[in-house]
Design a protein around this ligand. Structure first.
Ligand SMILES: Nc1ncnc2c1ncn2[C@@H]1O[C@H](COP(=O)(O)OP(=O)(O)OP(=O)(O)O)[C@@H](O)[C@H]1O
Ligand SMILES: [Mg+2]
Length: 252
């Protein structure tokens, strides 16, 4: 059974059509990459999968673990095994990071050592601070990934975990994502999956992804090998993807 199946998904944000017929299929253990220009709909797709109230599905279906979750509330999806690391994480004043992590651990019945997981992303000293308050850009990304490490979702939605991250912290975040997605196990033993948005793809030097999709103007214009697609985009921009999408639409 596929872990996630998205069928002909059309989504509106504030009355504006942002996604226009997205199809996506993810098997357990797979890591998929989303590429695409600013404003093309990557975050909107992540928001639609997690069930953010900011987005409205106007057509199509989202099926997770065989169940239609298109209209399910966010907390139910999270209980089912979806997790998200936001592009712009919210600050939570008055709540210490340690307390939030312990709450997540108990909600998901995870017997984890919060300090040890914090050390994976070098966040031990941040545990006594309010969640994300005053965190730098790179610290925010590590804090988000840490929350996912504690949750250990079956499908992690990672929205630009590498944006604004320096070269050393990139390997720190990549190690955490590898742990999250069980990428250190043999492919046949992996069960955890991820969808990861990235712009420059440096993280792909450390995290092995199975498939990449280019989103253009709310549609998946192209899917294939992550390194090949990224190389094409670096060399030719998104122009080839635009052509390819136009040709495909003309053939319809
Ligand atoms: N609350 C909103 N009100 C109006 N338009 C919105 C709102 N949220 C998103 N949009 C629009 O939806 C489109 C897609 O936004 P989205 O955040 O999904 O893009 P993205 O691909 O993640 O871009 P980026 O690479 O810059 O993060 C954009 O044109 C954006 O302005
Ligand atoms: Mg975005």
């Amino acid at each position: 059974m596929p872990l996630l199946e998205i069928v002909d998904l059309h989504v509106e944000v504030e009355g504006k059509r942002v996604l226009r017929g997205v199809n996506l299929h993810i098997e357990p253990g797979e890591v998929h990459i989303l590429l695409g220009p600013n404003g093309s709909g990557k975050t909107t797709l992540i928001n639609a999968i997690i069930g953010s109230p900011k987005v409205k599905v106007v057509e199509g279906k989202i099926i997770f673990k065989g169940r239609d979750i298109t209209d399910a509330p966010m907390d139910e999806r999270v209980k089912m095994g979806l997790g998200v690391a936001f592009q712009h994480p919210p600050k939570i004043r008055g709540v210490k990071l340690r307390d939030l992590l312990q709450k997540i651990a108990s909600k998901f019945n995870r017997d984890v050592d919060v300090e040890k997981l914090a050390s994976v992303v070098k966040m031990e000293e941040y545990l006594s601070r309010d969640v994300n308050v005053g965190f730098s850009g790179g610290e925010l990304k590590r804090s988000e990934v840490l929350q996912l490490l504690v949750q250990s979702p079956d499908l992690a939605l990672l929205d630009e975990p590498d944006s604004g991250v320096d070269v050393e912290n990139l390997t720190v975040i990549a190690n955490a994502i590898n742990e999250l997605c069980e990428l250190n196990l043999k492919p046949s033993r992996r069960r955890k999956s991820a969808i990861m948005v990235t712009h420059l793809g440096y993280i792909l030097n450390y995290v092995k992804a199975d498939r990449a999709h280019v989103i253009l103007n709310g549609r998946i214009a192209c899917s294939g090998n992550p390194n090949e697609i990224l190389k094409q985009i670096m060399e030719h921009g998104f122009e080839r993807c635009v052509q390819c999408l136009q040709e495909r639409e003309l053939r319809r």
